[in-house]
Design a protein around this ligand. Structure first.
Ligand code: DGL
Length: 278
């Protein structure tokens, strides 16, 4: 396996950019191939079989880009597909749920954790299972927030419509006096300020993206797959191409605009591919 190969990262749309952003910050030398399935978003309202089929296609595409590892930067696909694809794949692969569950289990003081996510993620019960495996006494209250993904994909991060919908979704969690809230969908950190304002400062918001990047870094160094430093690379005179490559299944221009606004590094154009061919 080539340690200088890129890391494959995927999501149903722009949400996974919140994970890519963390990888860029924590591992600035690494290369990334990102795929956002913008033609088929949202995943959260679809069946497990459909999300598994989509995930397999995307993994085949990322393998064709010769990635060295894959991050499922999508809670829904992590909940519906990770266990299965992990058994099928000859590459290291990780999702975002374990990291988020671990942080939440450690963060809660009163033992009441809220998890917000897509319908498929909440229905899977994976967060509850994982948090209770670490701390069985914790009470986990899940709440599906299906309108958040379209609001984010439409760019309505700060909008009165978003405020109204968020207040309604979160009222049941406030009523349960949770002290920790997991943003169990990679789109949701883009609504962070709204969520924080509604829940109040005493509630800790958990963004699994940060810990996922920490976990990835550990995994790559364990396997000897960390990218060489820029200096070492330059000495070998290798041709690198773009450090970050972005692919989507629809509306490439829209995606590029978002990526430029969200990411800390330079973003070139996005390519559109037909994912059904994989
Ligand atoms: N951002 C994804 C997640 O973390 C998927 C949202 C969706 O497509 O419904 O669950």
């Amino acid at each position: 396996m080539d340690r200088n190969a890129p890391i494959g990262v995927f999501d149903s749309g722009i949400g996974g950019l919140t994970v890519a952003r963390e990888i860029m910050r924590q591992m600035p030398e690494e290369r990334i191939v990102y795929f956002g399935d913008t033609a088929r978003v949202p995943y959260g309202t679809k069946s497990q079989d459909t999300v598994l089929r989509y995930s397999r296609q995307i993994i085949r595409f990322l393998k064709s880009c010769h990635v060295k590892a894959i991050v499922i930067a999508c809670n829904t696909a992590s909940a519906c597909a990770l266990d299965t694809v992990k058994r099928e794949l000859d590459l290291p692969i990780l999702g975002v749920i374990n990291a988020g569950a671990r942080v939440a289990a450690e963060a809660t003081r009163n033992g009441k954790v809220g998890v917000i996510g897509t319908e498929a993620t909440i229905r899977s019960g994976v967060y509850t299972q994982e948090i209770c495996r670490i701390r069985p006494e914790v009470e986990v209250i899940g709440k599906a927030c299906p309108l958040f993904v379209p609001l984010v994909e439409e760019g309505l991060f700060h909008d009165s419509v978003t405020d109204e919908i968020a207040s309604r979704y979160l009222s049941c969690l406030k009523g349960k006096y949770i002290d920790t809230l997991v943003m169990g969908c990679t789109h949701y950190p883009l609504l962070r300020s709204t969520l924080m304002r509604i829940m109040g400062e005493e509630v800790t918001l958990v963004n699994p993206a940060y810990e996922t990047a920490v976990e990835l870094k550990g995994l790559l160094s364990e396997l000897g797959l960390n990218c060489e430093s820029k200096n070492d690379r330059e000495q070998t005179g290798l041709q690198w191409g773009e450090q970050y490559q972005f692919f989507v299944s629809d509306r490439a221009e829209n995606f590029t605009r978002f990526a430029k606004a969200i990411l800390p590094r330079e973003v070139k154009d996005t390519d559109q591919i037909n994912i059904e061919e994989y």
